[in-house]
Design a protein around this ligand. Structure first.
Ligand SMILES: [Fe+2]
Length: 309
């Protein structure tokens, strides 16, 4: 349903959009948006931008150069609340606690969670719906990749689709921080005290495009309910392997001022940071969420639909 099924010729525009130009980046995922500046966007353009996002999963806009205030305004196009990150560095001192600073040197490599396939902040009851990320300084090679969570599910054999449709997974921020050696000791104590955990279905029905999406990443996913730790680890690993299929991915080579907008329920992402050679990587992110939307699944109906197919 609503799948990007037509294979367009490379560089060919999607003519169903009138407010700006939409050029698909791959047959499965991603599109470049041109003739639009996010600081000056009409309601009609905002509606089309949301429609493009639910269709393409991730949108790339070159040369935006947004101020923190403009970045926050762009985030509010996609949800009523902006995330204030649990442990990350923000622009709180400048009055923007919602603007997360993503800054990294190669020497920090063991202290990052960007170079794993993940959805953001899934240990919350209401994870982010949409992220808006702008690059300020990005060394050559420090790209970002996304994969389609809907295609990841659709490309599973039917027996595994049914299996994953039956699973609930516990997500835990402290587990993520320990697993990836992310938080310093003082922050770790804060995270333990915060106790941020949530249980979500391993497959969710996307709230805006109705596609079934594999909702398992290599970040916060701790335990599969009803399975031993070792069994659960195999199930989680097998799901993460789906994210690695090249045909369902797209990759952005950043230029300063570029913005990427992604659907955090319908995609996973991976920050490619392996070869920075101690060059600075600096990006800023805001993320929209809604207290009315949490990951969910019409489990029996979805299993019936998959087995009837
Ligand atoms: Fe992330």
């Amino acid at each position: 349903m609503n799948a990007v099924t037509e294979i367009r010729a490379a560089g060919s525009r999607d003519e169903t959009f009138q407010q700006f130009e939409v050029t698909p980046a791959t047959p499965v995922l991603g599109a470049y948006i041109s003739d639009l500046h996010l600081a000056d966007i009409s309601e009609a353009a905002a509606q089309e931008l949301r429609r493009a996002l639910w269709r393409y999963g991730v949108l790339f806009l070159r040369n935006q150069q947004l101020t923190p205030a403009q970045l926050s305004k762009a985030g509010r196009l996609f949800g009523p609340q902006l995330e204030e990150h649990t442990f990350g560095k923000t622009l709180v001192d400048e009055g923007y606690p919602e603007v997360l600073v993503i800054e990294q040197m190669q020497s920090d490599r063991a202290k990052t969670t960007t170079d794993i396939w993940h959805h953001d902040v899934t240990a919350r009851q209401h994870p982010n719906l949409v992220s808006v990320l702008q690059a300020s300084e990005v060394p050559f090679g420090a790209d970002t990749m996304w994969t389609s969570a809907a295609a990841a599910f659709e490309w599973l054999p039917q027996a595994l689709q049914v299996l994953y449709l039956s699973l609930d997974v516990e997500h835990d921020t402290t587990y993520m921080a320990l697993r990836h050696d992310f938080a310093p000791a003082d922050k770790l104590a804060e995270l333990v005290a915060l106790g941020e955990t949530a249980v979500h279905p391993a497959v969710i029905r996307h709230p805006f495009n109705d596609r079934l999406c594999l909702f398992v990443g290599n970040g916060y996913t701790k335990r599969v309910h009803g399975y031993s730790a070792e069994q659960g680890e195999h199930l989680i690993k097998l799901a993460i392997e789906q994210a690695k299929i090249p045909e369902i991915q797209v990759r952005l080579q950043w230029q300063p001022g570029d913005v990427a907008i992604w659907d955090n329920l319908g995609t996973l992402h991976y920050g490619v940071t392996g070869d920075l050679r101690n060059q600075r990587r600096l990006l800023h992110r805001v993320a929209a969420w809604s207290p009315d939307i949490r990951p969910s699944l019409d489990r029996e109906a979805a299993i019936a639909a998959v087995t009837a197919a």
